[in-house]
Each structure stands twice: as C-alpha cells, then as structure tokens.
Design a protein around this ligand. Sequence first.
Ligand SMILES: Nc1ncnc2c1ncn2[C@@H]1O[C@H](COP(=O)(O)OP(=O)(O)OP(=O)(O)O)[C@@H](O)[C@H]1O
Ligand SMILES: [Mg+2]
Length: 374
Amino acid sequence: MADVKLVNLTKIFESRGERVVAVDHINLYVKDREFLVLLGPSGCGKTTTLRMIAGLEVPTEGEIYIGDKLVNDLHPKDRDVSMVFQNYALYPHLTVFDNIAFPLKIRKYPKEEIRRRVEEVAELLRIKHLLGRKPKELSGGEQQRVALGRAIVRRPKVFLMDEPLSNLDAKLRILMRAELKKLQKELGVTTIYVTHDQVEAMTMADRIAVMNEGRLMQVGTPQELFNRPANIFVAGFIGAPPMNFFECEVKEYEDGYYFESEVFKYRISEALGKLVSRLGISRVIMGIRPHDVKVSRGPIENSIKAETYVVEPLGTETILDFKLGANIVKAVVPPTMRIEPGEEVWLVFEEDRLHIFDKKTGKSIYVLAGSEEH
Ligand SMILES: Nc1ncnc2c1ncn2[C@@H]1O[C@H](COP(=O)(O)OP(=O)(O)OP(=O)(O)O)[C@@H](O)[C@H]1O
Ligand SMILES: [Mg+2]
C-alpha cells in the first residue's frame, strides 16, 4: 500500500537540436488505494509521466515519492510498481503461464508459490483454460488479460497502466473497463491509469487529472470536472457532445448587464454582471452543455432565435444542430421532441447552467472569484 507524490515533475527531450517539453512542472498527489486517471489528448505527456514514475525515463527536474520514499534514484525493479503497456508486450516464446509467472521467477519465488499465485490470478481473470497457450494463439482481449495478470500476480505498491484497453473492440472495452474497476477495488492497489478517452476516465476514475501540453489543467472527481470545469480546456474536453462556446462582450446598460455576441444579446443577472466586472473581465467565453440547452418552438423571454440545421436521432435522445450566425449550437432533447431541419426555434440558456470563462486566461470566473477570496 502506498500513495504517490509528484513534485514539479518535468521532462524535456532534446534530440537533433529540437527541444520538447513533454511534462512541465506537474504537482500531483495520488492517495493510497486510489484509482487516478491521467487524461489528455495525444502527445500531452501522459506516457512520459507514467514512464518516469516507473523509472523507465529520467526526470529533467522534480521528485517522485512512492509511499514517502523518494524514488528518483531507485532502479525500476526496486520501485515496487508494475506497468501494463498499451501493446501488452508479452513474451511471444513463453506460454501464458510463464508470462504471468515471469515477475515472480525473476524475484526467485519458490516454485510452489509461483504455481499457486499464477492459478489464482488466472482464475480471477478467467483465463485458466489458456495457461498452456502462446500469446499468438490468443485474441486481443485474452492477451490483454494476460498482461494484466502479469501485472497483478505480484502485489506491487502501485499499478501503472498505459491505455491498456485501447486495442480492444468497443464492446470488449466496455466490459473490461467495468471488470478492471472492480478488480482494482478488490486488490486495493493504488493505480495510475492513462487514457485519452474521456468516457473511460469518467466511468473508471476515483479522480481524474486532466493534462494538456505537458501541464496539469485540473484534478478532481469526475463530477467535479463535469460540473465545475476550471478552464476552457477541461470544459471542452469532458462531456459528449462537447460543450457549446460563444465569445461575448460584457456590457452594462441602463436596464442591466448583458453578454453580447455577434449574433445575440443575452441578459444576465445583476449578481453575475457585478462579479464579472469586479474581476475586471471585458470579454468572456460563455459555455453551455448540449443537455442544458432548452429548445422552445415559440419566442420566450431572454431566448435566442436559431434555425434547425441537422437532426440526429440516437433512439434514447436526439441531437439537434442549430445555426446561430456562423456558429453551430448543439442541443440534446428527448426523442419525443420532433423538429425538422429548417424549422425556426428559440434557445434558452438558463444562467445557472452556464460556464463562464475569462477569454484572456481561459480560467473559469468561479476559480478566479474563489482565488480572490483567499
Ligand atoms: N524519446 C522521445 N524523444 C523526443 N520526444 C519525445 C520522446 N518521447 C515522447 N516525446 C514527445 O513528448 C511529448 C509527450 O509524449 P507522450 O508519449 O508522453 O504523450 P502521450 O500523452 O502519451 O500521447 P499518446 O496519447 O499519443 O500516447 C510528445 O510531444 C512526444 O512527441
Ligand atoms: Mg501515450
């Protein structure tokens, strides 16, 4: 059992005169037994972070602690972590049994104990009938289980998993993500799990750390990130379909405050208007999730006229695309709401469903207002 602490962790790659800041001063605390997901787009530094924790890459700067112990100078095999790679990296010439047994053999466990442990793990992962086969005689999903088996056969302090489900087909991935989540809780081993799939992150994580361009953008529970994204990046990355954004100017008139975009004028409450002006923000990015856009067939107060562009029925719900000037706005409505392309509608954005960001910094005004109080 162990917690993991990253302090100012940085990795700069220099090759052929090119300098790539892959990981940029990351500070992250992973609690004992926690399932933490590192989430971010391709190239944001997830694998590099994981490889530094495993000891496969040397940090340019910063410290890594596993259970209070500074491990920067420890050899990978002395860190007591096990890593599952995206491509499984099974030994092709070894049987499933010997692949799973490998970490125990190199640590010179007694033969009987190796047999007992491998069988236990194979039972747990439901691959007992495959122990005599070679990796090339297995499906992708089975190979994936063997790689997991090899990682969990020894109870390490920390599991490091790099997109372990990405080579599986969609159906198997959904099945395995639930199983993996259950397994992690049963084993109670601190886990850092890398993915670029926000649905995987949302469904599996105790907490998610969102990365972009080598930096940490926000750390929190799936609900926290969804309900209160701290910046435009997190707001746009989490949630499907993605959040709608509008660039607006903040204006104060005699009758109150407004957010004005090129195509609409949206009345906001005095409290919100005062907050934004107190923070000295003149331009905001206003965000609203498609599930929060209300669609009305007739004009109502503080609504925005739009034209229906595309209708995408999904069965359980329908995605509607509206044209608002040059913008496309998405709304998700119940399948019972029948709207035709070309139809004129009025969109209602309720103020308590809005996400508001400073255009200059990309930060949420709630974060800015919160840090102002301290
Ligand atoms: N050995 C290396 N030498 C030079 N640059 C590297 C090296 N390894 C990674 N990089 C660069 O560092 C950045 C981060 O790479 P990393 O593999 O950590 O991204 P990632 O978040 O895991 O992406 P993906 O989702 O595509 O796997 C990228 O810009 C990548 O090109
Ligand atoms: Mg990667």
